[in-house]
Design a protein around this ligand. Sequence first.
Ligand code: AMP
Length: 397
Amino acid sequence: MYILISNVGSTSLKFKLYRMPEEEVLCEAKIEKIGSTDGIYHYKNDINGRTHGEESTPLKTYAAGINMFLSDLCDKELGAIDSVNKVQAIGFKTVISKGFNGTVELDDRVMQGMKDYLFIAPVHNAAYISAIEQFRGILPETPMVGVFETSFHRTIPLENRLYPLPYEWFEKYGLAKNGYHGASFTYVSGEARRDGDYKKIIGCHLGGSSSICAIKDGKSFDSSFGFSLQTGLPHANRSGDADPYVVPFLEDQGMSFEEIREGLDKKGGLLGISGVSNDLREIEEAANAGNERAQLAIDVFVTDIVRYIGAFYAEMGGMDKLVFTGGIGENSSLIRRLVCERIGHLGIELDAQKNEKTRGNGIISAEASKVKVQVIAANEELGIARETFRCLKEKEK
Ligand code: AMP
């Protein structure tokens, strides 16, 4: 069975075509800077190794990126299949839909639920709605499956999820912690327990979006993400935790709701503090060159990571493995070192050389370290492919 997996970002699209249940990747593509005239496109056929790359191509809409990929997918030389009709399902790493959770077929009701929750995931839901609608137009008969980012966190006990707000708001609006990055932590939870039966894992997914998850007995026990995606750690552009009363205060100061929202959604996070970039590579470079606000952004980021690790350590009554994943977690030896230096007293000793060298996968703690520290390359797509396959098999029954 051929299953296409689509990971939609605010300005990016990633694809992987799997043969299931063999879990074999046949081809993949990464499309960046959608909405601009200098988009980046990378395609690779994983069977014959052929590639197609464009460094500055007009990619005004999601449709343009999707069509470019579909054309390569079925191309004589580059293609992995000869007709797009051979794709039996498309799985999406969807974020949140009102009234739906877990893995569900993306029918009109689920799509409506995503629209209803545009308010809590404005950037992500808008991008998914647009991409899914494009695919529905191109492949109207192909089942589309959404694997929602919140589903891994359904196991978080209520006392870890509930906010100290009027209880009726929880009953009426579901105002409680949702947790996100479910596809990533499902994968991390499985991979991290391959070399031992770790009961208390703390996973740090650090990237454009960042969150920390306490994984107890393989299940989510707590998450730094709250009700919306504007919570927890600082993200690339989105604020993390901030006092909720900043909103009425700024309104009282004369700012419009739209201006405040723009600050929280687009002008906050690492970009907001550094004033340099939303990309950690550029922030690290600027800090090295002596930019004080760039250094401050790194310091705030590290402190917030340390604070959540400490909180989850206390909540779980310990930690036997610490995991780094996501673009920053996999690649930034600086952030990993700064975090681990600050939590040495929790039983962590880093192997400095291994940490420096590791990109993607590896153990980076010293032999003597009480707590193992592991870097795991994020593979959200595989989790989505497994879930989509399971959903289709269940439908066949
Ligand atoms: P993601 O959203 O998981 O793709 O992660 C994107 C983030 O990873 C961006 O902030 C990048 O700057 C960061 N990143 C990727 N490679 C590196 C690197 N070598 N050093 C530091 N940060 C990196």
